[in-house]
Ligand binder design. Structure first.
Ligand SMILES: Nc1ncnc2c1ncn2[C@@H]1O[C@H](COP(=O)(O)OP(=O)(O)OP(=O)(O)O)[C@@H](O)[C@H]1O
Ligand SMILES: [Mg+2]
Length: 478
């Protein structure tokens, strides 16, 4: 078989498998990365903001302390000097000043920075947090707000107990979210670049995997194509150690069986045409002889013509019968029968013939079984075998049965010459006949009947010499 040619022929499919596998790889990689990216982004943002809120609360407390201390020494925390001192201390202790902080008195006046400097706070932030400035709330409140389209995180510390009446109030501390989100956002390009690298790896790996998978498939396809063109020789060798290797073996086995079937089929047509042509030629020869007046006595020639016509008719009838028992299920009449009775009945039918040939028929029957069979067809099957054996046996034929509860077995043995080498495999073929053969259809009919009863039949030479047929019929338990 020409695999190279076939591989070329399978190019379209190879591409398609590769595309499918690579496509699936890319899809899986990208969907995984997108899911991971989104989940990671959301979690990272959530944790970053939580961290920032905690930091803000801590810083707000520190600022509160600074203001309290400043008030203790300076009294007016809104004075320029106090403000500068506070700023300096905040910068020293907290290390950053980008945060905004505001101290609000209990009667909601802005204590720090001075009222007039805190216009934005008053106009925009205060309304948003008004409900949080409630003496009943004893805990730090943290929240997110939006000012001029910018997001801020904000904490409100509850009023402290250990302060002067003037400082009884809330400290509000807020920071833009932007610097917190920045590191999270900066992860995105990293994620994108790693996605692209992963996709490239996926494509390379996908092409490799696809090639590995596609190659044996292409080989299998080309072998199947060759089989469809009746090229039964050659085999496909796949060593992938998986289902494809199994498939390859099955296809090779199928090729062997198809080849055998093909040979048997061809032999059938050769034999059939020969079998039909012989009597026809004989009939034609005698008829022409009569027409040309070459016979002294036409009577004899006409006798032969009638005989040959009958033989031809017999063959055609047997062929029709064979095709019916093979293909028409309703051609069978099943009933439950005693197998020993069926065998004895068949032997009885051959009494006359066996007496004529002077051959003993010995039924050796053991445990009986009642099987659901077509009585007449099984009788026919047995008579076909025993009829053959009568032709070949020297003196006797044994019919031995056995029953193991699952199978009913019938062995029919004669003491003739047995089969020639390799003949036993062919005797069930249509029109196969050996020496002393007739038309070669009897055993083919028997085999079909036995197989329609879900049984099996084999032929062999038994050790004592002579032919042996072994029939096995299933005993169905109800
Ligand atoms: N008991 C036997 N011993 C030796 N050879 C046998 C025996 N039975 C069958 N054969 C061989 O098998 C061939 C096929 O048998 P089969 O019964 O199918 O055909 P046939 O007897 O030649 O013709 P038909 O049965 O159609 O009249 C026979 O021609 C013969 O060569
Ligand atoms: Mg026969």
């Amino acid at each position: 078989m020409d695999i190279k040619y076939a591989v070329k022929g399978g190019k379209a499919i190879k591409t398609s498998i590769t595309k499918k596998i690579v496509g699936s790889y890319i899809f899986i990689i990208f969907s995984t990365l997108i899911v991971v990216g989104v989940v990671f982004g959301l979690l990272a943002r959530f944790y970053a903001e939580r961290q920032a809120m905690q930091g803000l609360t801590k810083d707000a407390n520190a600022i509160f302390d600074i203001i309290i201390n400043e008030e203790a020494s300076n009294k007016d925390i809104s004075s320029a000097a106090a403000k500068q001192a506070i700023r300096k201390k905040v910068l020293n202790q907290i290390g950053r000043m980008e945060s905004n902080f505001t101290l609000i008195s209990k009667d909601l006046k802005i204590l720090y920075p001075r009222n007039e400097e805190a216009a934005t706070f008053k106009q925009q932030i205060l309304p948003m947090i008004q409900d949080k400035l409630n003496p009943k709330i004893k805990k730090t409140v943290s929240m997110k707000i939006k000012i001029d389209n910018l997001q801020y995180i904000l904490v409100v510390l509850p009023p402290r107990n250990n302060v002067t009446q003037a400082l009884k109030g809330w400290i509000v501390f807020y920071n833009p979210v932007e610097p917190i989100q920045k590191p999270v956002r900066s992860m995105l390009p990293v994620l994108l670049v790693s996605s692209i690298i992963a996709a490239v790896i996926a494509v390379v790996a996908g092409v490799f995997v696809a090639r590995t998978i596609a190659k044996p498939i292409i080989m299998l396809k080309s072998r199947a194509t060759a089989l469809s063109k009746l090229d039964f020789d050659g085999s496909v060798e796949i060593q992938t150690g998986d289902e494809l290797e199994e498939l390859g073996k099955t296809i090779n086995k199928m090729a062997v069986e198809l080849k055998e079937y093909d040979i048997a089929q061809k032999r059938f047509f050769q034999n059939a045409s020969h079998e039909l042509k012989t009597p026809l030629m004989s009939i034609q020869g005698y008829a022409e002889g009569i027409k040309d007046g070459v016979f002294d006595n036409n009577e004899e020639a006409l006798e032969i013509i009638i005989d040959e016509s009958n033989r031809l008719k017999g063959i055609v009838e047997e062929l029709i019968y064979l095709s019916k028992i093979e293909s028409q299920e309703n051609f069978y009449r099943f009933s439950t029968e005693s197998m020993n009775e069926v065998i004895e009945n068949s032997v009885g039918k051959l009494k006359g013939l066996s007496a004529k040939y002077n051959i003993r028929l010995n039924p050796i029957l053991y445990k009986d079984a009642r099987l659901n069979i077509d009585h007449d067809k099984i009788t026919q099957a047995l008579i076909n075998i025993m009829g053959n054996c009568l032709r070949y046996a020297k003196s006797e034929i044994n019919i031995i049965t056995s029953n193991d509860g699952k199978w009913f077995e019938i062995k029919i043995q004669d003491n003739g010459e047995g089969f020639d080498k390799n003949e036993s495999e062919k005797v069930f073929e249509r029109f196969y006949k050996g020496k002393k053969g007739n038309s070669g259809l009897g055993l083919a009919i028997t085999k079909v009947i036995i197989e329609k009863h879900h049984g099996s039949i084999t032929a062999s030479n038994h050790p004592g010499g002579g032919a042996e047929f072994q029939i096995r019929l299933p005993i169905v338990k109800d």
